[in-house]
Design a binder for this molecule. Structure first.
Ligand code: FBP
Length: 551
């Protein structure tokens, strides 16, 4: 593999650690707090997690830790969508293990959770590790979205982990993957196994967060990458002055990515799905908002602009949400019947007999391409694959239609020419920013300390992230503490609750206070590329969202 100049330089970058993790490992003691409760549905979760429910919070503090130097065998899994910094989590875990005991070993389970089920593994050597430090991607061991859910899969996981002689498994994943980590920790204990399970909070979506998990890794790099691209498009729009750019951004459910990109780039219009849902806006009302800005800007002779759209928007527009929920249930309950339908026409004819009247009407009135996209396979966790629904095109088409009517009525005199973009994969495997490189390395190192201290059913946690890295606070959060029961795939399941954008939070309020100005007056900001080298005020800054949340 030929190396880019940047990659060579990034290999030499030394990630920063919280002070407690950068000294002798024997001086890291674990302090345990009081028993905890899940965020909701306590009785149901207590019954499901008999062994692991209610564990205390763990914090690392100076003190002696005799157990930390024992020889360990640990396996690591990258689970779900790629996120910048995954390799650094592995590096932190690897370096921690070797610092604890040079004879400890780290095994990579290949291709996601299926690596554990099918026993596909590779021992991570020093040379292999060094080839992936501070790099983006998950290509070191690969990732996958397999969910460990059947009794056979759980049994195979235990059998393979035992065969490999493991002391622990680390699952690097988002809310669904860490729900799986919680189930696996519980299963191992219920079968009398001492194999520990520790999670690490990954997802560019930024929706795995709470009081103890300030942000999931990868968000920082992804939003900086998208903001650079949006800024470039804004500058092009402001130069050519002839296009409206409709940009859909990744972030399956929550709009954190879109909100941060809006704070960084100040587009003309930006939808936040959580607000659309709270205000019960219909698809028509969303389009009206766009048209309103297009008309006002045309009055100022500015027939160009930028619209940001979170990819999950369709799931938050109440009538679309109901339609998707009904489709999810019908397609799960009558899977065989649905699979036998030959083509889209046959599917539509059958679906109108299964859906409620409003949903059937909406489904048949959508452009055929969008309706087809709503029928694509769900992921193994039951989620609609919103990244494949072309919401930007739906809104572009509806906006053009409405503007035609306004032109006929004489209330719009501009010209409207729209271009669609989808930014998602551009940011998921980028070289991690300094923040993500440091944060991920710290999460991996912290996972090692949790394992060496004998804990299971925890998510590695590093907080106080707006301070310089040496003042970050490391520890572990019990996985059951973040869980509730949700309706998935046609039945109630225990899941880690997704953190959506808080409409009362500072990031949203800051955006809401400015957006009317941005809609009409061109206020674009061009953030430029991620800066790696230079003064810390430029290179080591966390996102605007995190700073506002912690201010
Ligand atoms: P994770 O939650 O697994 O981190 O994945 C997030 C994500 O990047 C979403 O933003 C997006 O909708 C999805 O993955 C796309 O996944 P895929 O590439 O597997 O279709």
């Amino acid at each position: 593999m030929e190396l880019s100049a940047l990659q060579k330089v990034r290999y030499t970058y030394k990630p920063k650690l919280p002070r407690i993790l950068s000294g002798a490992v024997t001086d890291i003691a674990v302090q345990l707090g009081k028993p905890t409760e899940s965020i909701a549905d306590q009785a149901a979760l207590k019954a499901l997690f008999k062994e692991t429910y209610g564990k205390p919070l763990a914090t690392f503090a100076p003190g002696k830790n005799a157990a930390i130097g024992r020889k360990l065998s640990v396996a690591v899994i990258l689970s779900g969508g790629q996120a910048p910094g995954g390799h650094n989590v592995i590096a932190g875990l690897y370096d921690g293990l070797k610092k604890g005991n040079p004879d400890s070993k780290l095994i990579g389970l290949k291709g996601g959770p299926s690596g554990l089920i099918d026993n596909k593994s590779v021992e991570i050597t020093a040379a292999m590790m060094d080839a992936y430090r501070n790099t983006g991607g998950f290509d070191m061991i690969g990732s996958g979205r397999t969910k460990i859910e059947t009794p056979e899969q759980f049994a195979a996981s235990l059998e393979n982990a035992t065969k490999l002689g493991l002391d622990a498994v680390v699952i690097i994943g988002g809310d669904d993957s860490n729900t799986n980590a919680a189930l696996l920790a519980e299963y191992f204990l219920s079968k009398g196994s001492k194999i520990q399970v520790i999670g690490c909070p990954k997802t560019i979506d930024g929706d795995l967060k709470n009081e103890h998990i300030e942000i999931s890794f990868g968000f920082d790099t992804a939003v900086k990458t998208y903001s650079e691209l949006i800024g470039n498009i804004e500058r092009d729009a402001n130069s050519a002055k002839k296009y409206w750019h409709f940009i859909k951004l990744m972030g399956r459910s929550a709009s954190h990515i879109t909100l941060e990109c809006a704070l960084q780039t100040q587009p003309n219009i930006c939808f936040i799905s959580e607000e659309v849902e709270a205000r019960k806006l219909s698809l028509g009302q969303v389009v009206d908002q766009i048209c309103d800005a297009v008309v006002k800007r045309a009055d100022n002779k500015e027939n160009f602009g930028v619209v940001l759209i979170p990819e999950g928007l369709v799931e938050f527009i109440p009538e679309m949400k109901k339609l998707i929920e009904e489709l999810n249930d019908v397609m799960a309950d009558k899977e065989t019947e649905f699979a036998e339908l030959e083509n889209f026409h046959a599917q539509t004819d059958w679906l109108v007999t299964q859906l409620s009247d409003p949903s059937a009407y909406l489904f048949t009135s959508l452009p055929a391409e969008i309706a087809k996209e709503l029928l694509m396979d769900r992921d193994p966790h039951g989620n609609v694959q919103v990244s494949r629904i072309e919401t930007e095109k739906l809104l572009m088409g509806m906006t053009a239609g409405k503007l035609k009517d306004l032109k006929k009525a004489g209330t719009y005199k501009g010209s409207f020419s729209a271009l669609g973009h989808f930014f998602g994969y551009e940011g998921r495997c980028a070289f991690p920013s300094n923040f993500d490189a440091d944060y991920c390395y710290s999460l991996g190192f912290s996972a090692f300390v949790l394992i060496a201290s004998g804990l299971t059913g925890y998510l590695s946690s590093v907080k106080n992230l707006t301070a310089p890295a040496d003042r970050w606070v490391a520890g572990g959060v019990p996985l059951t503490m973040m869980m509730n029961m949700e309706h998935r795939h046609g039945s109630d399941k225990p899941v880690i609750k997704k953190a959506l954008v808080e409409l009362e939070g500072k990031p949203f309020k800051t955006f809401a206070a400015e957006r009317e100005t941005w809609a009409v007056t061109t206020s674009f900001v061009y953030p430029g590329a991620i800066q790696y080298y230079g003064p810390a005020e430029i290179c080591d800054q966390p996102t605007i969202t995190l700073k506002l949340e912690k201010s």
